[in-house]
Design a protein. Structure first.
Lengths: 292, 328
């Protein structure tokens, strides 16, 4: 704590004498300005992690942010297990073996949408003006934000897995399989995040970011193999499902969590992630130059 | 490109332009601002002050013209510019969800301070800006004056060579306003160049060494406060007669000698006139003496910056301030 006795804040003492004397204040600011050294500039990883730290601090101060990552997965798991379980697989316990990895993907992808609306709000407030005026690796504020989101996604994955275990999910890949699957989901959602950062730099309101995100997410998740085996679908839909990157992700997550061979789906998932980062990361950084 | 270290100009622009749709927000701005001291951008809301500053601070890309800041081009050498300047935006430029201390630690770490030294730097600044007691409170719970102080503190975590302050006192009560003024003066005395925008005439008058008057995206006048005032006319003469019955006679004498209209004040003994030639004032005062009209008081006032603005633009400087939110 400070030893300065003369000072009170204006909030506590409206209209009071408030600050230290003008001279005192001026000289303290002068010495703060004079004592400033220039530390050597930090690298991209360090600044990105610092922004990740900012995201964690925000979770600490605004814990409501954890509402969606816990409620969404619980809702989806219960809803789809009991809605489709009987009809599609005869029993919910059979269906959940198939469904749960897909539900993890679905839950996280739904939540990635908030990345865009959060960024839009931040941009409007002006705090990103400060970040953009700093001499740091340009993408670090966005990378850090996505890293912070990865923490929220991990919570979502954990909640879904625990609830699944309660409902009778018994993954053949064990804990190790779950961890690898979770890493794949986190990688893919980090990559997908760049679509939302780009949208929030193009669209002017968080409402429109949300709307367009829904338009992208709905076909990506429902037009995939999350809920049912595509062999029952009409040809045109099968064709879409087969090129949908979410299907590759779900197939590979299902395999590694189930303890079977993911085959081509695993490299395909990684390639898709790289492509998303390359394309939308570049577009995002191009818009970020003039962000408003 | 010339060697950057050679220039003694903090800011130099030629024909700077920024267009939003069909709105030419900045419409050909030429500036040559020397290092040291405070340079003021004075103009009504929507004049293009913020947009100009954002281009200079590398936050927006010019649509036309060139700008160098401390000898570096804002487009091709943006990183070099960012290393040397700092911006306190018109609206909150810290994270309102975080506490004051967390915000300063965040900026400190981004500049390369390690954990412990970032914390020490944050605490020093909180102390200097009289925010120690509010250090662990979220910024969104700060009062307007405290918020402005944390904004400015965040701008000097590493001392910039040039600081942009965008309307630092808009919306502040007079006491907080004075505090911000003291901070600006302290920074200038430590050698930082400050570019400040304001809609307040008295603020530019108080703080700025030189002023650029901006209106509708253009610089319409530039100079020291006194130069601007002088370019408009010499100011106004105020006369108070001893005996109110003399006022009509005094008005007649003054109108004859000054050659301008002389107005009655609310005070039944007082008269004022806007004059354009100081030399005539002495003659007018002797003429009153010769006419045996005793004066209780007289003074020669400089014109206010509002009068300057009116004569430069044909409209008052502050007429648009109530539409403030429109210019975000
Ligand atoms: N991001 C933006 N998009 C569209 N118009 C803008 C934007 N920023 C500013 N403007 C417009 O540009 C003009 C200048 O605004 P601004 O630079 O904020 O003025 P000032 O800071 O002097 O009040 C205004 O007409 C404003 O509406
Ligand atoms: Mg402005």
């Amino acid at each position: 704590m400070t030893l300065d006795r003369t000072r009170t804040e204006d909030a506590d003492e409206p209209g009071g004498a408030g600050l230290n004397t003008e001279h005192d204040r001026g000289s303290k600011i002068l010495s703060a300005l004079a004592s400033s050294e220039r530390p050597s500039p930090p690298g991209p990883l360090s600044t990105s992690l610092t922004f990740g730290w900012r995201a964690l601090l925000k979770i600490k101060h605004v814990p409501e942010q954890l509402f969606d990552v816990t409620v969404f997965p619980v809702m989806f798991t219960l809803l789809f297990t009991f809605l489709f379980g009987g009809a599609l697989a005869g029993s919910t316990v059979d269906y959940i073996q198939f469904l749960l990895p897909g539900i993890m993907v679905q839950g996280v992808i739904m939540i990635t949408m908030y990345t865009g609306t959060t960024l839009r709000t931040d941009l409007e407030k002006g705090v990103f003006d400060r970040f953009r005026s700093l001499p740091i690796w340009r993408p670090s504020a966005l990378v850090g934000m996505l890293l912070g989101d990865a923490v929220r996604f991990t919570i979502s994955l954990t909640v879904t897995a625990l609830l699944g275990l309660l409902l009778g999910w018994r993954p053949g890949g064990g804990f190790g399989g779950f961890v690898i699957g979770a890493i794949l989901i986190l990688l893919f959602s980090f990559s997908l995040g760049w679509i939302w950062t780009f949208l929030s730099l193009v669209l002017r309101t968080s409402g429109s970011v949300m709307g367009v995100s829904m338009l992208v997410i709905t076909p990506l998740t429902f037009g995939s193999n999350i809920f049912v085996d595509p062999s029952t679908m009409p040809g045109w839909l099968q064709a879409f499902v087969e090129v949908n990157p979410v299907s590759h992700l779900v197939t590979s997550v299902r395999a590694v969590m189930g303890g079977t061979d993911p085959g081509a789906s695993l490299p395909l998932t990684i390639v898709w992630s790289a492509v998303l980062i390359a394309v939308f990361g570049t577009l995002t950084m191009w818009r970020y130059r003039d962000a408003r | 490109m010339t060697e950057p270290a050679m220039t003694d100009l903090a800011i130099e622009t030629h024909g700077l332009v920024k267009v939003f749709g069909d709105n030419r927000a900045v419409d050909g701005v030429d500036l040559a601002i020397r290092r040291g001291g405070v340079h003021g951008f004075l103009g009504p809301n929507g004049a293009g002050k913020t947009t100009t500053i954002r281009m200079l601070a590398t936050l927006a890309r010019p649509d036309g013209g060139t700008a160098t800041v401390l000898g570096r081009d804002v487009v091709t050498e943006a990183d070099e510019v960012r290393r040397r300047v700092s911006l306190t935006g018109q609206f909150a430029s810290v994270d309102e969800d975080l506490t004051g201390r967390e915000n300063l630690r965040l900026i400190g770490r981004l500049f390369g301070y390690t954990g412990a030294s970032a914390k020490r730097r944050a605490d020093d600044l909180l102390d200097a800006f009289a925010l120690s007691d509010a250090a662990d409170r979220q910024v969104k719970k700060y009062s307007g004056g405290m918020r402005r102080r944390i904004d400015i503190a965040a701008s000097i975590v590493v001392t910039p060579e040039l600081l942009f302050l965008d309307e630092p006192t808009t919306g502040l009560d007079p006491r907080s306003r004075n505090e911000v003024w003291d901070i600006v003066r302290a920074m200038v005395s430590s050698g930082t160049t400050v570019l400040l925008t304001t809609q307040y005439l008295d603020e530019a008058d108080q703080l700025a060494d030189r002023i650029s008057v901006i209106d509708r995206g253009k610089v319409i006048a530039e100079g020291t406060s006194s130069e601007l005032k002088a370019s408009v006319g010499s100011g106004s003469l105020f006369v108070r007669v001893m005996d109110r019955d003399d006022r009509d006679a005094a008005r007649a004498v003054l109108e004859r000698e000054l050659g301008v209209e002389v107005r009655d004040e609310a005070d039944p003994n007082a008269l004022t006139a806007t004059i354009d030639e100081q030399g005539r004032v002495t003659r007018a005062l002797s003429a009153l003496d010769e006419a045996r009209i005793p004066l209780a008081q007289f003074s020669l006032g400089q014109p206010t910056l509002d009068e300057v603005f009116l004569s430069l633009t044909g409209h008052h400087a502050e007429e648009k301030t109530d539409t403030e939110e429109a210019a975000a």
